[in-house]
Write a protein that binds this ligand. Structure first.
Ligand code: KG4
Ligand code: ZN
Length: 347
């Protein structure tokens, strides 16, 4: 089918997203977030997120249709994040999508959240080169993916062994007394700081660690190093240079992220790197990635920040590409799978 109208639903974490995509054109992306309800806990509380999805689903769906100027009856297929994510949160989206697909008599596509983060870029920058190398960095994931075909064939090259990149930003922000979610605050504060002030560790980047975990990441050692450094300052009664700590920490994270992503491009012979996920909004990550891609002759694609964070448009975009490639839909017995492996693009 040419240019199918696909409704996408995303509820894997704290954003209730409903997007409408026609072919590769984004019509509207409606989002309701419960992030403020989690702020005082310093992280997403699963039960609070599930309840917020239930309350937001119908109003967000209605808003998406209204703003896009489409009627539900015109939708050709429904696409939904089946996993990975928070089990209760995913269930709300999957149950809603099944009800819609059944009521409208259209096919249902249960898709992988990580694949959707990659697929969304088609609405901004056109068809994905095949293969593309995907670097996904958010509060929940840090993955390096080889993507020969985003609708069908995704291979995991590496992932974080402990904290996700965004989680490290959030935890270090907390150590520095900055609000949750901490990534944007570290990004802002770091602009006033010196990125070489403190030499924080770059995990899994040398010797046997690198050999064994060529494309894996580890950020918990870095987080601990920051905490120790700050504690030592405080114990000595000296002021903590927040901007320098933020800049040096941020540099350690983006150095490792981009270094391994470009190593993967080189070793797998891939000329196109796509960065997605909430941390892709980071200004230093964007700048360093661009610098290193230019030096290596790799083309860089980064969707605009609103498409990098969790949203419904990415799910609709992947669903539409599946319809256009003639991929078979999922059954109505589609499960929500909180630990869905990245290789399983469609459930
Ligand atoms: O993709 P996302 O909205 O949700 C998840 O799936 O996790 O990503 C949220 C994460 C948070 O950890 C947040 O601190 C981080 O992305 N983040 C940033 C920036 N903006 C958001 N991290 C670093 N720099 C930023 N500018
Ligand atoms: Zn995500």
């Amino acid at each position: 089918m040419n240019d199918p109208l696909v409704l996408g639903i995303e509820t894997s974490c704290d954003e209730t997203g409903v997007g409408l995509v026609r072919g590769r054109t984004l019509l509207f992306d409606a989002i309701a977030s419960s992030v403020e309800e989690h702020a005082r806990f310093g992280g997403v509380v699963p039960e609070v997120a599930s309840r917020a999805h239930l309350e937001a689903m119908v109003p967000t769906l209605e808003r998406a249709c209204r703003e896009a100027g489409v009627r539900l009856a015109d939708v050709d297929a429904v696409s939904v994040t089946a996993g990975p994510g928070l089990a209760g949160a995913l269930l709300v989206g999957v149950a809603s999508a099944k009800a819609l697909a059944l009521a409208l008599g259209v096919p249902l596509y249960g898709v992988n959240h990580l694949a959707a983060h990659v697929a969304v870029d088609v609405v901004e920058h056109g068809p994905l080169p095949e293969p593309t190398l995907g670097l996904l960095v958010s509060g929940g994931h840090s993955n390096l993916l080889l993507v020969p075909d985003v609708t069908h064939d995704i291979r995991s090259l590496g992932a974080t062994m402990d904290d996700a990149a965004g989680e490290a930003f959030d935890k270090v922000a907390r150590i520095l007394g900055l609000p949750f979610p901490g990534g944007p605050h570290i990004d802002r504060v770091a602009r006033e700081g010196d990125q070489v002030a403190i030499d924080f560790p770059r995990g899994l980047t040398s010797g046997r660690d690198l050999q064994r975990h060529r494309f894996d990441y580890s950020f918990s050692g870095l987080k601990t190093a920051v905490a120790r450094w700050v504690q030592a300052r405080e114990a000595a009664g000296e002021p903590v240079p927040v901007a320098d700590v933020a800049a040096s920490f941020q540099e350690a994270v983006v150095d490792v992220l981009t270094r391994k992503a470009l190593l993967a491009c080189r070793e797998h012979g891939v000329d196109d790197l796509l960065i997605g996920g909430g941390v892709a909004a980071n200004s230093r990550l964007r700048a360093l990635a661009q610098e290193r891609c230019d030096a290596a002759g790799v083309r860089l694609r980064v969707p605009r920040p609103g498409l990098c964070t969790d949203n419904g448009a990415m799910v609709a975009a992947l669903g539409a590409q599946m319809v256009m490639r003639g991929r078979p839909p999922s059954g109505l017995d589609l499960p929500a799978d909180s630990s869905q492996p990245v290789e399983q693009v469609r459930s």
